[in-house]
Write a protein that binds this ligand. Sequence first.
Ligand code: HSE
Length: 434
Amino acid sequence: MNEGDGKTLRVALLGCGVVGSQVARLLREQADDLAVRTGARIEVAGIAVRRLSHPRPGVDQALLTTDAMGLATRPDVDIVIEVIGGIEPARSLLLAAMKAGKSVVTANKALLAEHGEQIHAASRTYGADLYYEASVAGAIPLLRPLRESLAGDTVHRVLGIVNGTTNFILDRMDTSGADFGESLEEAQALGYAEPDPTADVEGFDAAAKAAILAGLAFHTRVTAADVHREGITEVTAADIASAKTLRRIVKLLAICERSDAGVSVRVHPAMIPRSHPLAAVGGAYNAVFVEAQSAGQLMLYGAGAGGTPTASAVLGDVVAVARNRLAGTRGPELSTYAELPVLPMGDTLTRYHVSLDVDDRPGVLAPVAEAFARHDVSIQAVRQTSRGDEALLVIVTHEARDADLAATILELQALPVVRAVASVMRVEGEEDPS
Ligand code: HSE
């Protein structure tokens, strides 16, 4: 096998956990192929870990060090792979690595969503490659298609399931009728959810990914703080059942939209029609829909988490930066020329599904309808089911300002004819035609 012309590129691997250990394995097992594909042998110079004593089967102990900064800036290192996660020390390590002329590959969504501007500025200043395909939706090639394949198109919308843990939980709630707590426990027992599931179930993980996606899709600057975020902890078994009666399913969606007024980036649970392609994305899988002017609708689907799938995305970036380095060039810079304003959630157009427990007597519908009308919210569909002296009133609205929809709900809660607002959830996607 042609193994290049004797060139070697040396890699510092920062982190050797779920993803890092798989990156180390793939670099080892695929060394010959990688040499042919890139034109140089990719050699691991060292692996930075927190504790040397932790058992790491298959990893050469001699490569381990606890001095991450020393490794990331070592003169014999060409490429730094960061799979530690979190803001610090990852930020300082990557900034120092780029300053020292290293090419950088990272899977760190939180860092890019919160400090992307600083990290990209360092990449520009020092002429260092910066690739981060693994930061969003694990194995799914998503950032490169947005950054490169669709660079000549105009993306209007990115809509996706970008968190596997919450998708698993919502899927279990849908199929078993279990409530959130039971489904979370099951996800934890199976290893899908962390012991502290906050980042996933409260939508922080998805919001960081949405910020990265929106920035790339719309050529503008979006940070995690710009993303409206709601998690799934408030989703009830009643919400799921209500969605079912409407032939809908509840998913935690990341929605990035561009309009004449600016961009809107949000993460929240929403009911989508069961006929929507995203409705079929079960378990811990991810899928992202992209709508572009000329390309039309695209959907990318696959494993959004897990050591080996995420390591695949890391390796793809390693090959890219290795090729660039050998060619004496760099990958494309992040383009943020559009400088679009990020719209507040209240000004975003959304649709609501509302279930109300109401008195079943004459004159109930009128005040309910008036509450919607007073806030300029148009009703698309109403269905009533009687149960003794009370009724369940299910209302789906047309699109309206989110602030107006929220104000309508507050008014409904105060109406004497409304016994309880049983379920409120946003709705995405067109109704089934049948
Ligand atoms: N915890 C994430 C998920 C994977 O459940 O999808 C890493 O971003």
